[in-house]
Design a protein around this ligand. Structure first.
Ligand SMILES: [Zn+2]
Length: 339
């Protein structure tokens, strides 16, 4: 079968289309013939060795959807021809965390395309617990691209305990997780505020239910306080150093800051008196548990959370798709069609 192979970790130019043996499902696994795969910024990081794949050449890609074409031993709840969505979070499946719907804490937790071979291939073998039935109403474009970003955003808001009527500030609205967070927050009737350096992305958020948007490069905390009254109850952060001070100042008393990344710097300064006097919480979050993936799928398939698609590329155009993602110009998901 054909797969996109990363030969080394020097960047996007290390990708080539090659031939690899088709994988056979082991006990408890299913093989999925892909119809659509989705790219995330994680895939761009991995081309640069962040983190380093287990072995090279490596197949990238976390998101995907397709048709089951082989069943491993012991699989009785799936049939050949079933149309499925792949959950990119993989864990051991047997430890106390995995059996308690806390797979993100499993010592073997990983992501397809990160350390394990991913979805930029004609066929992939995954544990059967990693596939969800594709609702007929859900297009392949969305089914194959929404998963990683929407489930990560869902878990962030879940961990922050965002409630209807509360205000949430999503910092750096252009990213896949950030835009999903804004759309999920809107679906649960929170008041949504955003920041971006790109006025077009702020405009996008305003047409998708945000009340107001601010320039990430300015001292936006004051504007957030004016717009919300007391500040944001929840701040969704994945920018890091460049916006941290303003994001932190934007929190209302009792506010929660939830963080899933730091695209613009890892090190930040923290004012401890502000933390305790305002009784703030700082929460880290990454990926999602199985039930949270299912909840994100429900929100998307019911139409309550739209999934903006930036562009779908052909399987032969994977390097162009990576360049689109790396440019930061996209607004929505970048997909790879196998049709
Ligand atoms: Zn486990």
């Amino acid at each position: 079968m054909r797969a996109w192979l990363l030969d080394d970790t020097t960047g996007i130019d290390a990708l080539r289309l090659g031939e690899v043996p088709e994988p056979e499902p082991g006990p408890g696994d299913v093989r999925v013939r892909l119809r659509m795969a989705g790219l995330n910024h994680l895939d761009v990081w991995v081309t640069q060795g962040l983190p380093k794949p287990k072995s090279l050449p490596h197949i990238l890609g976390g998101d995907g959807a397709g048709v089951i074409d082989a069943l491993g031993e012991g699989i009785t709840n799936w049939a050949l021809g079933d149309e499925v969505i792949i959950n990119p979070s993989v864990s051991c499946g047997t430890c106390q965390f995995c059996t308690n719907d806390e797979m993100v804490f499993c010592s073997q937790f990983t992501i397809l395309g990160e350390r394990l071979p991913g979805t930029l291939t004609e066929s992939i073998v995954v544990p059967a617990s990693n596939v969800f039935r594709r609702p007929p109403s859900l297009s392949w474009d969305v089914a194959g691209t929404f998963g990683l970003a929407a489930s990560t955003a869902y878990r962030m808001l879940d961990r922050a305990g965002l409630q209807a009527g509360e205000s949430v500030l999503v910092v750096g609205i252009g990213g896949g997780v950030s835009s999903a967070a804004a759309l999920i927050a809107k679906a649960i009737d929170a008041r949504v505020f955003v920041t971006s350096r790109d006025p077009a992305k702020v405009d996008w958020a305003l047409t998708h239910g945000a009340e107001a948007g601010f320039d990430s490069g300015t001292e936006f905390a004051k504007a957030v306080k004016e717009a919300t009254g007391r500040g944001a109850n929840v701040v969704v952060e994945n920018v890091g150093e460049a916006t941290w001070a303003q994001s932190f100042r934007s929190l209302a008393p009792g506010g929660r800051m939830v963080i899933c990344g730091a695209t613009a710097g890892n090190k930040v300064e923290l004012s401890l008196p502000v933390l305790w006097f305002k009784q703030l919480e700082i929460i880290g979050s990454t990926m999602a548990n199985r039930s949270q993936f299912a909840a994100a799928l429900d929100l998307v398939s019911s139409g309550r959370v739209p999934v903006p698609i930036d562009r779908i590329f052909g399987f032969g155009q994977v390097p162009e798709a990576f360049r689109r993602l790396k440019s930061g110009k996209q607004m929505g998901k970048v997909g790879i069609s196998f049709a």
